[in-house]
Design a protein around this ligand. Sequence first.
Ligand SMILES: Cc1cc2nc3c(=O)[nH]c(=O)nc-3n(C[C@H](O)[C@H](O)[C@H](O)COP(=O)(O)OP(=O)(O)OC[C@H]3O[C@@H](n4cnc5c(N)ncnc54)[C@H](O)[C@@H]3O)c2cc1C
Length: 429
Amino acid sequence: MKLLIAGAGIGGLTAALSLHSVGMRDVRVLEAVPEIRPLGAGVNLLPNAVRELAALELAENLADLGADLTELGYYNHLGQEIWREPRGWAGGSRWPQLALHRGALQTALADSVRARLGDAAITTDARVTGFTPLPGGGVEVSVAHRAGDRVTERIRADVLVGADGLRSAVREALYPQEGEPRSNSTTVWRGVTRCAPFRGGHAMVVMGDGRWKAVVYPLAVRPDTEGLIPVNWAISRAATEGPQGRDAAAAASDDGFAAAVAGWRCGDLRMAALVADSGAVSSFPMLDRDPVPRWSFGTVTLLGDAAHAMAPMGSNATTQAVLDARSLAHALATHDDPVAALAAYDRDRRPRMNRLQLLNRAKGPEVVIDLVHERAPEGFGRVGDVVPTARLAQVARAYARAAGFDVPSVNAPSPYGRPIRPRSAVRER
Ligand SMILES: Cc1cc2nc3c(=O)[nH]c(=O)nc-3n(C[C@H](O)[C@H](O)[C@H](O)COP(=O)(O)OP(=O)(O)OC[C@H]3O[C@@H](n4cnc5c(N)ncnc54)[C@H](O)[C@@H]3O)c2cc1C
């Protein structure tokens, strides 16, 4: 079976490795950019994704590239604790939660694809522009190359997987009326700062005041010779007025974000220093997509952000792309007919991702910050007097179940593959 994957992001590369692991050898990844460069900042792999990467014998390497997070805390802008929970191993999972640089993860996956499937498995400067289903089955994919005068090539395949991100060309062909991604008029500023470890070195901190929010986590555990580690931070500003989808570029040009969080502290974490000492800062509008009623159409399907781009709450986008990839490979390995396989993948993944997209649009687990802020904007004595602790716990539990990283689900064997032997760096517990 010949498989084409549009997009060499985390989703597309993990799909290639997953397909290879179930015996598919004719797998090709077409990537639009001329060169895969380590772009972006931090991403999270929740324990359910780490379990799946361990099944691909990748997790050991990845653990060395980032930090294992053992604590997640939500705080108000005064640094008062609203909710704090153990994560990964500390929370009873057999697998860790890893935070790492997106570029490091993408590079490691691309190296593994080339090592396992051969150098020719990834073609860069190959933008998928469309496809035509073939009468006898399969699909003809159009690919534009910038080199060589934008030649358009046509490649035939049995299956096309659109893993081409938020502005997926494959999705556009399937849903031509959809248009631009949806904006919630929130602007995000993001950077990475080398600084001393905070809160013990394994914690994710999310702080907010109802309008501004900061998310901070380490990207490494071992300090360098100066005692510093790279720390990922993102500061977002929700619009309080104006129409949905107002000019996002204009919103992003306002850099009052540093002043907005200058006084914010959470234990030994100081937002002012984090922003002041940062490397390059990028800003972008927060975007997502509406859930759709189908991902799979015959022998064409969607995966990762192309299928379910979601607001960045709960650290889920990269994790869910990994799970999609494993589910897709499992479906293709267990069905003779690729059309039936893609339909099974759609049934397995889409309903859950449809719900998660909407949950994230409603702020996911971070909603507890707003709940507390609405009732106690100047701070509180005991958080339980503001919002019952049982309600806070319920929000966290319900989100973990919805995203599939609750401890019972994570500690069950992978639904997509063979049992995994314990390993040294990322071992089962
Ligand atoms: C440059 C970049 C930086 C990012 N940085 C962060 C970050 O710091 N933190 C974070 O949480 N998330 C980040 N994201 C998003 C995050 O990577 C995804 O939400 C998540 O990992 C799911 O990945 P994906 O593979 O589905 O999509 P993506 O990571 O978006 O990958 C899609 C890939 O498809 C390629 N592509 C697009 N159109 C075509 C086409 N027509 N034909 C062929 N290839 C195409 C893109 O170049 C890209 O390599 C970033 C995404 C990108 C593209």
